[in-house]
Design a protein around this ligand. Structure first.
Ligand code: TRP
Length: 335
């Protein structure tokens, strides 16, 4: 039986934080060790251009995200790890799909609708600041997915609609031309923790409440000390289920460590002590990877060589599929 293909993209804007690690990177790397699946992970750098017009930031973020996945132990002999922009067939396919995707379907995309709504609320022209990139975002994402005949797409809830659009686009193409594409399906893992940030809301760059994944030890300790708590004194029982400190603890601890901390809370552990233990735990899980991360950042040539090998393997899949697509739509040698 052919292995199941699992594919996901990481937009290269920003620096990975603990929420990305717990919610996406750690489970993805763990899943990629499964011998029954073929994992495809890629840096979605063309997607980054939609949100970010600062070349230095796109470049830096691509490097940091690549180094992060490698430092955390992604086995790139097993999983396919590549950069979207190294696979020119993806952008080629995007155009072909653009010529088949319904504009009306794209009108319904959440990200585009939110931009239009914000403009209307501000009394602006509805298209103010809306680029063709933003509007066509779901088509580029469909090309990412369909290019590799991926079946399962692990994503956050906010991306389900995009995967459904990719499925729609694939169905339409298969119906109109030839049965070329696998129909993809979004997979949302409800068991994966959504980590809380410093202020207790979901950890997210847009809330400015994140803890960067590879902070130095001192800064990590400082950041953990900034997690919001209530004013209960040492000795006063604390509600574990109402505490961000405990929530983050649970994302890193084993089942028995979680139970122990729960009773420490009931017994009135001091906030300072709970945070000290949380720092030890998080730091313990990340220290080695952090060291590798900094070694990798100091050796960009190595990162680049890994990405180039990934691109070569990716293109061994994408080039023949693109050839099929071209044939199907009538782009071929004169004969
Ligand atoms: N749009 C996704 C996000 O912002 C990233 C992404 C790009 C992606 N292409 C993809 C995810 C293909 C899954 C499959 O999170």
């Amino acid at each position: 039986m052919a292995k199941q293909r699992v594919l996901t993209g990481i937009t290269t804007t920003g620096t990975p934080h603990l929420g990305n690690y717990v919610g996406a990177i750690r489970p993805a790397i763990a899943a990629s060790r499964d011998d029954d699946i073929d994992s495809f992970f890629f840096l979605a750098d063309y997607h980054a251009l939609i949100k970010c017009h600062d070349p230095a930031q796109v470049r830096q973020s691509s490097k940091e995200i690549a180094a992060t996945w490698l430092a955390l132990g992604l086995d790139t002999d097993k999983a396919l790890f590549y950069r979207q922009s190294d696979v020119p067939e993806i952008t080629e396919l995007t155009w072909v799909l653009c010529c088949n995707a319904a504009k009306g379907l794209m009108n319904r995309a959440h990200a585009y609708k939110a931009a239009v709504q914000a403009n209307e609320d501000a009394g602006e022209d509805p298209d103010h600041g809306v680029t063709m990139g933003l509007f066509s975002y779901p088509v580029l994402m469909a090309a990412d997915i369909l290019m590799f005949n991926a079946a399962k797409i692990p994503v956050g809830r906010d991306q389900i609609q995009h995967v459904e659009m990719a499925r729609d686009i694939a169905q339409r193409f298969n119906h109109n031309f030839a049965d070329v594409f696998t129909l993809p399906e979004a997979v949302v893992d409800d068991n994966v923790a959504v980590l809380q940030g410093l202020d207790g809301r979901k950890m997210s760059k847009s809330y400015n409440n994140t803890i960067p994944l590879f902070l130095g030890e001192k800064q990590l300790r400082k950041a953990i000390n900034k997690i919001k708590t209530n004013l209960l004194e040492p000795g006063e029982p604390k509600d574990a289920d109402d505490s961000t400190v405990f929530q983050v603890w649970s994302a890193f601890a084993t089942e028995s460590e979680i139970q122990r901390m729960r009773s420490e809370f009931a017994n009135g552990i001091a906030w300072g002590e709970a945070k000290k233990q949380l720092f030890e735990l998080v730091n313990g899980e990340l220290a080695e990877a952090r060291e590798r991360y900094h070694q990798l950042l100091a050796d960009p040539g190595y990162i680049e060589s890994v990405l180039q090998q990934g691109a070569e393997r990716a293109r061994a899949c994408s080039a023949p599929l693109m050839q099929q697509v071209r044939e199907a739509v009538g782009i071929s040698a004169v004969r």
